[in-house]
Design a protein around this ligand. Structure first.
Ligand SMILES: Nc1ncnc2c1ncn2[C@@H]1O[C@H](COP(=O)(O)OP(=O)(O)O)[C@@H](O)[C@H]1O
Ligand SMILES: [Mg+2]
Length: 402
């Protein structure tokens, strides 16, 4: 092919045509991947189900208490499989059991809903992975949960069965709310998900415009109130929830700042590698100074976070440097670090390439051992954060002290 010479006529559209064609082909792949994550019978994403023993554990009663309640009509009779076993229970059934047994873990009306941002300005540290698993953990445990995808790359949104830029418009995200709050109201962008008890405010690429629009608004009005845009949005609906999880973008931008302002607790995923460690240190310092500036300019002190916890993420215990850094982190951060860690696991990789979380896998993708090990770590991380949340509720004062 001849190289075009400046000024000479040549086909300028070919490069964009190439990209357009690649984009079209990629969409076809995305569609195929998305369909793998769907239930072949219903064509939709299916929520998790549990055998009676696990259901009993999750509703804090025994299996025989469930059987008895089904016999005496307090709970609906459960259908049977062909082999005569009770059909597994979904989250809706668990919720009903908790209502009947009086074991709902909901906060008291006077307790503040936990608004947790899973923050780090670095990308790829496991923010979205932890945010989605955490949100699903809370829903499985019976808490009323909202996950807010604040990242225009929308990886959390994809885990809920959406192709963000095809299935969703700009009015379906926080951007739509910002653009026309009068018209929409936040409630109209909150969606149910395949996890009963877990709602989602989705995101797509349009949310990126929020960066510019907040900046433009700041320049125009010289008022920093705009940084409360996400905080205000959440305050419209947070009374409906026990836990709100925010998944921010991997950048030091306006949206990240707005997320830090909106949260009342923070989880910081930090891989124990030198580069990630050093950028997380920078993140902490920048987040602090920016928040101080905002306080100064806004003339009001921001309430303290209920908890800030570092979670060592993507840990590879076979790497001696990871082990060394992890030990140093424990030494320096002490109680600010979760005891549990989130190791790098092939099971997370495998689940996410099926657009599923590990909680959604019906069977191990790797081996049973790797799967169970991964689940144990995930559960331990989520349970520690759950304990922090419960400890922030006055109505639960003293719980877990034993
Ligand atoms: N503990 C882990 N083990 C294996 N893969 C992981 C783990 N945590 C995250 N990943 C993978 O790394 C990639 C980036 O993770 P993600 O959670 O999207 O990071 P972030 O939101 O911080 O950018 C994803 O493909 C995810 O599946
Ligand atoms: Mg992310």
């Amino acid at each position: 092919m001849a190289t075009p010479i400046l000024g000479e006529e040549f086909d300028r559209s070919s490069a964009t045509d190439d990209l357009r064609s690649l984009h079209r082909k990629s969409l076809a792949i995305l569609k195929r991947l998305q369909s793998h994550a769907l239930d072949p019978e219903t064509g939709e994403k299916a929520g998790p189900t549990f055998p009676i023993s696990k259901a009993a554990e999750l509703v804090d009663r025994t299996a025989s208490a469930i059987r008895e309640a089904e016999r005496d009509g307090r709970l609906p009779e459960r259908g049977r499989t062909a082999s005569g076993h009770r059909l597994p229970y979904g989250l809706r059934e668990l919720d009903n059991m908790r209502k009947v047994f009086g074991t709902l873990p909901w906060r008291d009306e006077d307790d503040m809903p936990a608004i947790i941002s899973v923050s780090n300005f670095k990308g790829g540290v496991g923010k979205s992975t932890i945010a989605v698993h955490l949100a699903q953990h809370f829903a499985i445990k019976g808490y009323r949960t909202l996950l807010v995808d604040c990242d225009s790359q929308a990886s959390s949104t994809m885990m809920f069965g959406y192709r963000p830029d095809i299935d969703l418009g700009e009015n379906d995200t926080l951007y739509g709310h910002f653009h026309d709050p009068e018209l929409l109201g936040v409630r109209s962008i909150v969606r149910n998900t395949h996890f009963h008890g877990l709602n989602l405010i989705p995101s797509n690429l349009k949310l990126y415009n929020l960066e510019y629009e907040i900046a433009a608004h700041l320049a125009q009005t010289r008022s920093f109130d705009i940084i409360d845009v996400i905080s205000q949005a959440i305050s419209e609906v947070d009374q409906d929830y026990d836990v709100v999880i925010l998944d921010p973008p991997p950048a030091l931008g306006m949206v990240s700042m707005a997320v830090l302002q909106a949260a009342n607790a923070m989880v910081i995923p930090m891989p124990p590698s030198v580069i990630d460690f050093s950028s997380t240190v920078t993140f902490m310092d920048m987040a602090r100074t920016t928040m101080e500036q905002l306080e100064l300019l806004g003339g009001r002190a921001r309430p303290a976070y209920n908890f800030v916890r570092i979670v060592a993420s993507r840990v590879d215990e076979n790497k001696s440097m990871h082990k060394e850094l992890l030990a140093m982190m424990r030494d320096v951060f002490g109680g600010s670090m979760l005891n549990s860690i989130m190791p790098t696991s092939a099971e997370i990789d495998n689940a996410s390439s099926r657009l599923k979380t590990v909680f959604e896998l019906e069977r191990p993708v790797t081996s049973r051992d790797v799967h169970m090990r991964c689940l144990r770590y995930l559960n331990a991380v989520c349970e520690e954060i759950e304990a922090d949340v419960v400890a922030s509720w006055k109505s639960r004062a003293g719980e877990g002290d034993a």
